[in-house]
Design a protein around this ligand. Structure first.
Ligand SMILES: Nc1ncnc2c1ncn2[C@@H]1O[C@H](COP(=O)(O)OP(=O)(O)O)[C@@H](O)[C@H]1O
Ligand SMILES: O=P(O)(O)OC[C@H]1O[C@](O)(COP(=O)(O)O)[C@@H](O)[C@@H]1O
Ligand SMILES: [Mg+2]
Length: 355
């Protein structure tokens, strides 16, 4: 048996743990040959593959990033290197030339969308859900999310002591694109006072009211804001537009926008921290290493059973798999009836809006 593996989209802690689990389990239990493609789908487009030995995938469990490299623009259906040409048939030809029996694709929504299309063209694919944002459909969790939440929580804890000492309003901006999962969970874990997520557009007057009230009572305020948060009558804050990407919007800077909006309206000084890629780098937490290993092992099981066109998933604590069609072109946002939102409410956290 000959199986390919690639990592696509933004990197995320736990990618190497998945590569290791997929490769080791296939090598150990069906003597498979494992081929890695460099930089996501770019490796398939530009014919850049490397044979992985048992040694290559040993000792990488706790390593951040991906030994294969990744890419967030390489798309066989619209290749940036040839003016957006569809090179998917060439990719399928290369896959067949290599004599692959299947391909494990580790990625997020974009990577799963591409995988779904390539599956229709005859490639046999098993997906593994990665992203620090936890915004993939049909799975309770993506690996990388736990690490991002733990880093963001540590940031909230640290901002609390400095904010408290200076009686300031401290704003922490987290990643998460169009979903508020990282902000919500780190605010809950760190005891934030206000949490702003894309799913609940904020009202600046309400934020001012909560800060004012806390100035009298506790004299400092921690605001955790997801990069995708937006005012009730306004838009998300776009940091950058990447022209040749099918997913061109990069968010960022809403923390500074809120700081400017608070200026002159509250007595306290305001400071903003944009956490950025610190959330994505470095070693995965034990929970992410375990989840990544379980996902990798489950992906290799699906391959052995010949179940392709599916993404491994965790639902209600159990490992399972779902058709790629259920995750392609979808985003899982925070539902308003989420128990996390209920818990925030219970402890008096504000969403910067009347709910
Ligand atoms: N909706 C989409 N449909 C098809 N391809 C997409 C879509 N969104 C992104 N892509 C492509 O998928 C790849 C990875 O996307 P990206 O969003 O960076 O990572 P992720 O796989 O984590 O979602 C990129 O090559 C991008 O061009
Ligand atoms: O790598 P870039 O271009 O800075 O992208 C930043 C974005 O990638 C993420 O870190 C992760 O997104 P993906 O997992 O979908 O790649 C987002 O939270 C953030 O908005
Ligand atoms: Mg994406």
């Amino acid at each position: 048996m000959k199986i390919g593996v690639l990592t696509g989209g933004g990197d995320c802690p736990g990618l190497n743990a998945v590569i290791r689990a997929v490769a080791k389990s296939l090598m150990l239990h069906c003597d498979a040959e494992v081929i890695g493609f460099r930089e996501g789908f770019l490796g398939l487009i530009e014919r850049n593959a490397v044979s992985l030995s048992y040694k290559d995938v040993s000792g990488i469990l706790a390593q951040g990033g991906t030994i294969l490299g990744t890419h967030n623009r390489a798309n066989p259906l619209s290749y940036f290197g040839r003016d957006g040409a569809d090179v998917s048939d060439e990719v399928v030809a290369y896959y067949n030339e290599l004599g692959l029996d299947g391909l494990v694709v580790i990625g997020g929504d974009g990577t799963m969308s591409i995988s779904h299309e390539m599956e229709k063209k005859g490639m046999r694919i098993v997906g593994v859900p990665k992203t620090i944002d936890n915004d993939l459909m049909a799975t309770d969790r993506t690996f990388g999310f736990d690490t991002a939440v733990s880093i963001a929580t540590e940031a909230v804890d640290r901002l609390q002591t400095t904010g408290q000492s200076h009686r300031r309003v401290m704003i922490l901006e987290t990643m998460g694109r169009y979903a508020g999962w990282i902000a919500l969970e780190s605010a809950l874990a760190g005891g934030g006072d206000i949490v702003l997520i894309p799913e609940i557009p904020y009202d600046i007057d309400e934020i001012v009211r909560v800060c004012d009230e806390r100035e009298d009572r506790q004299s400092f305020t921690i605001i955790v804001v997801a990069e995708g948060a937006k005012p009730q009558s306004g838009k998300m804050t776009v940091r950058e537009t990447i022209d040749d990407s099918p997913d061109p919007i990069r968010l960022g800077g809403v923390g500074n926008v809120i700081q400017a909006q608070l200026k002159g309206r509250i007595d306290s000084e305001v400071r903003t921290t944009i956490l950025g890629h610190v959330q994505r780098g470095g070693t995965p937490t034990p929970a992410d290493r375990i989840l990544a290993t379980q996902y990798g092992a489950h992906a290799s099981e699906l391959i052995r059973r010949g179940e392709f066109g599916r993404m491994v998933a965790r639902q209600d604590g159990k490992l399972t798999s779902v058709p790629l069609s259920e995750v392609a072109n979808m985003v899982k946002t925070v539902p308003l009836d989420s128990p996390l939102i209920k818990a925030c409410h219970a402890v008096g956290m504000s969403f910067g809006a009347k709910l």
